[in-house]
Design a protein around this ligand. Structure first.
Ligand code: ZN
Length: 195
């Protein structure tokens, strides 16, 4: 499934959450990859990454592989795989890696930004964060299982979204919210239990 037609990483992340029946946090990027037929491999096994790379997507024939640097923290690995899923689902431009394989053009900074937007929206969907009233980077990091750095960016973005207060206006976001409803209710019940 290529979401490039949406020209919008945020919509693509919503569509991906819907298509892969994601109904709770933390989002399993490995389950999404598996359902999409993408093979995810640790670099400690493959040794395909260059020293400065944290992850890469490679297409060999018709098979996609995501290789990630598994010496990083689990949270960073999750973000790397989500970022690579973003490149694949957004249909970014490919270039030859070697004689047999292709990967995404590293020089395209808009593609890097889009893949990062896709990853953060996939792992930390705004409507779920809002419904659970998560505000701080610590809260977002622990519920979404993302690094503190990634959670800080998300918390900053959420401050703007809370101020704007226009959640659930897009049909796709409403569908994501509907799918997470049971998870949201259960999480709120647990939150109340600890107050
Ligand atoms: Zn990238």
């Amino acid at each position: 499934m290529i979401y490039g037609k949406y020209k919008n990483a945020r919509n693509a992340a919503w569509q991906c959450l819907i298509d892969y029946n994601i109904t709770s946090l933390p989002v399993s990027v490995l389950d999404i990859a598996k359902s999409a037929g993408i093979k995810v491999i640790k670099n400690s096994k493959a040794s395909w990454l260059l020293p400065n790379e944290s992850g890469i997507s490679i297409i060999l024939g018709k098979q996609w592989y995501i290789v990630y640097n598994d010496s990083c923290s689990k949270q960073r690995c999750r973000f790397t795989v989500a970022h690579e899923l973003g490149h694949i689902f957004l249909g970014h431009e490919l270039e030859k890696r070697n004689r047999l394989t292709k990967t995404f053009k590293q020089s395209l900074s808009y593609a890097e930004q889009e893949a990062n937007i896709f990853a953060s929206r996939l792992l930390a969907p705004a409507c779920v964060i809002w419904a659970l009233s998560l505000k701080t980077a610590n809260e977002i990091s622990s519920v979404c299982d993302i690094s503190h750095t990634a959670a800080e960016f998300r918390a900053e973005r959420m401050r703007t979204l809370y101020k704007r207060n226009r959640f659930l206006t897009a049909p796709l976001e409403r569908e994501v919210y509907k799918n997470f409803k049971v998870f949201i209710q259960e999480s709120k019940r647990n939150q109340n239990r600890f107050i």
